[in-house]
Design a protein around this ligand. Structure first.
Ligand code: AHG
Ligand code: MN
Ligand code: MN
Length: 315
């Protein structure tokens, strides 16, 4: 089986870029061990602090952030780290050609119930500065801590999937992920229905109507509440993920963060033949205004995303 380092050699001649991915993969492997044993080590519950977004940090949010930071500090290619858990961008190696943006632990509300969580990352060129559109990403990926520990990564070609073995090696288990064009699964927090806009309401209503409705086919709804888990399912078997702008999230611009949630996921899904949008524009075309900016996120199977885009264009 191809391992990650070998695959990276075939994807890029840029050693710094390959090293950035390897650093995040090493952080993910270390975290996988910690997460697996956290209930025994007593590393559960709240940290007693809030992050810059005003969210209560879990002990493991803080631990995950420290692990990623430690791995990137040891890599001279990384100039700056942007993290969901850190108010400001952190300066690392001043001469480093690369910036990493990360959500060190996504879906942390699922930790105490032993449901899949993840680490998301995006790699940018230092010379472009902190605020670059997603289209400029040099690489993106996530680690999903589920029944298997998976690393999903894309440089600029295909989106590829690796699995962590017992010896800490990342072995390629799917060379080129392909998001099926069509799908019968949607993922949205339906408890937010009263806040939705007309396009979202219309799309979900049409899907729920099933084979007797205008969509002419049956749908299922899936919502883990861990973006990594929901996106991984969509990457592997299709579907659409929606966290749209709604009347409650409008003031903040959306729920999910552009630099370390929306952009890397859009990069990975598009690399597998899927689509992504805010409803108004492609996620990867957004010019960021600040590092913790939030945006609406709609991505997944191309046909489904197009159906939502058509609604936004009409409404
Ligand atoms: P995080 O744990 O990094 O704050 O991210 C949580 C995000 C994302 O993982 C998930 O898709 C979404 O929040 C869930 O939102 P709801 O609580 O509205 O379901
Ligand atoms: Mn998150
Ligand atoms: Mn997080």
């Amino acid at each position: 089986m191809t391992d990650l380092a070998h695959w990276l050699k075939g994807q890029t001649a840029d050693h710094s870029l390959a090293s950035a991915v390897l650093s995040m993969a090493a952080a993910g492997a270390e975290l996988a061990d910690i997460l697996r044993l956290a209930p025994i080590a007593g590393q559960t519950g709240l940290a007693g602090s809030d992050n810059v977004q005003g969210e209560a940090q879990k002990a493991l949010d803080v631990i995950s952030n420290d692990i990623v930071l430690n791995h990137l500090r040891q890599n001279p290619a990384i100039s700056i780290l942007i993290s969901e858990e850190l108010d400001e961008a952190v300066d690392l190696s001043s001469q480093g050609p690369l910036i990493v943006a990360t959500d060190p632990l996504d879906g942390s509300s699922n930790l105490d119930v032993n449901v899949t969580v993840g680490t998301i990352f995006s790699v940018l060129a230092s010379e472009g500065g902190l605020l670059q559109k997603g289209r400029n990403q040099l690489a993106a990926g996530y680690v999903a801590y589920g029944p298997a520990t998976s690393l999903v990564v894309r440089i600029s070609g295909a989106t590829s999937v690796f699995t962590l073995d017992r010896n800490g090696a990342w072995l390629q288990t799917l060379a080129e992920a392909k998001v099926p064009q069509a799908s019968g699964e949607f993922a949205i927090n339906t408890a937010r229905e009263r806040f939705w806009d007309a396009a979202t309401t219309g799309y979900v209503k049409e899907s729920v109507a099933g084979e007797t409705g205008p969509a002419g086919k049956r749908y299922n709804m899936r919502w883990v509440g861990s973006m990594v888990a929901d996106i991984h399912r969509i990457l592997m078997r299709g579907g659409i993920f929606l966290y749209p702008l709604d009347s409650e999230t409008k003031a903040k611009g959306g729920r999910l963060r552009l630099l370390y949630e929306a952009n890397p996921m859009a990069w990975l899904i598009e690399g597998a033949g899927g689509r992504s949008t805010t409803g108004a524009q492609g996620i990867l075309d957004i010019e960021p205004e600040h590092i913790h900016q939030r945006v609406p996120v709609i991505l997944g199977s191309a046909d489904e995303v197009r159906r939502v885009e058509e609604r936004y264009a009409r409404e």
